[in-house]
Ligand binder design. Structure first.
Ligand code: SF4
Length: 383
């Protein structure tokens, strides 16, 4: 009989995600729920967020990580952000050693904001740089230059941030392997504690999807991916997930908790949650959100009780994203079966193809397996 994880998880702390759906201007590739807004709208939204947190029914729940993402949270006035933090600290028991991350865009940060974030308890900053090449930044429709980033980065260090992530993007229009290598060297030489490097995916409905783009071919993209791990390793970064690299001990705790199936609650427009074996998300309709934020039940959408098969699939699907893969012991403890009882043919097949590796207690993707991770992971989905 498979054990339910809900009670086990209640003893653990959770992650909290807060979505701020505003940006100065929409980037040409972006399909996130975000966009420009006037100040009255931003105020109404931040007030709604406070109501949503107030009414969530999670008084006293321990939070080990908090992530304020977007959008561009750093465009919001600090007094409005302070209200959200106050409510968060009132409702949740945020651990004294919690990792509290704020996403920010170069060109939207100021000393005043950075010092305020420190006072709110923010101890990790995630800065969206994407490229150190101004020509590429213009192609992406970004609002900032590399110089803006360097200023923001310096300001963040001066304000006391000793844990900074830098987001980079490769395989973008007009980018050569050499361009990408230069960006990696320039970003890594600043020694941020963490670097995320995602390849561009041209999503339907974005301006990019309607443009004739000079994208790098598949071989170039493959090489860019391999260069990323190799160059960053030279600066001391270890790849710990398909797209994430960290200096020792600086892995993102918030994202790692997500990849290991820990509970999290999302607040704000279209934010997703996983709580006590139920998955749901907040409406993506702004008007509905502003009206119903004080009544969380009314604005939750896509509610789904996870079945045993869902939980097992997710454990494998998310766990294999990490270079350390999954623990066979943990699998047995969580699901009451050995991983081989459920997945023997799949594991054997991918080991034979050289896509999966098994060492001691762990099963993980090989380097080649990482390149075709989507295909491998599909085989772990149970219906
Ligand atoms: S700043 Fe980020 S969220 Fe905003 S439009 Fe650009 S990519 Fe999207």
């Amino acid at each position: 009989m498979m054990k339910t994880t809900a009670e086990m998880k209640d003893a653990e702390g959770i992650g909290i995600y807060i979505h701020i759906p505003f940006c100065v201007r929409k980037c040409l590739y972006c399909d996130f729920p975000s966009g420009p807004a006037e100040s009255g709208r931003i105020r109404a939204y931040m007030d709604a967020l406070v109501r949503e947190i107030h009414m969530c029914g999670e008084e006293g729940t321990r939070a080990d990580t908090v992530f304020i993402g977007g959008g561009t949270p750093s465009i919001v006035d600090v007094s409005l952000m302070e209200n959200v933090f106050n409510e968060l600290y009132r409702v949740f028991r945020v651990s004294p050693e919690a990792e509290i991350t704020m996403e920010a865009n170069p060109g939207t940060l100021s000393e005043e904001k950075l010092f305020a974030y420190r006072q709110f308890g923010v101890n990790r900053l995630s800065i969206g740089l994407q490229s150190t090449d101004d020509r590429i930044l213009r192609r992406l429709g970004r609002i900032h230059t590399c110089e803006d980033f360097i200023k923001s980065y310096g300001c963040a260090r001066s304000a006391g941030f000793d844990n900074i992530n830098v987001d980079l993007m490769f395989a973008v229009p007009g980018q050569s392997s050499e361009d990408w290598r230069r960006t990696l060297h320039s970003a890594a030489s600043l020694a941020p504690e963490h670097i995320s490097a995602y390849s561009l995916i041209v999503e339907e409905g974005t301006p990019f999807s309607r443009m004739d783009l000079d994208l790098p071919d598949e071989d170039t993209e493959y090489r860019m991916y391999d260069d990323t791990a190799e160059i960053l390793a030279g600066y001391g970064y270890r790849q710990y997930e398909i797209s994430n690299y960290a200096l020792p001990g600086r892995e993102s705790r918030h994202n790692s908790a997500y990849w290991t199936g820990k509970d999290y609650i999302g607040f704000g427009l279209s934010a997703a949650s996983l709580r006590r074996d139920e998955r749901y998300r907040v409406t993506d309709d702004m008007e509905e959100y502003l009206v119903n934020a004080g009544n969380r039940e009314k604005m939750l959408a896509d509610r789904q009780e996870l079945t045993d098969n869902d939980r097992i699939s997710e454990f494998m699907f998310l766990g294999l994203r990490m270079t350390g893969g999954i623990s066979k012991t943990e699998f047995r403890n969580r699901f009451g079966h050995t991983v081989r009882e459920i997945y023997e043919p799949v594991i054997r097949k991918h080991k034979e193809y050289g896509l999966l590796c098994e060492e001691g207690d762990r099963i993980f993707l090989t380097r080649h397996g990482i390149h075709v991770s989507n295909q491998v992971m599909m085989d772990f989905l149970l219906s």
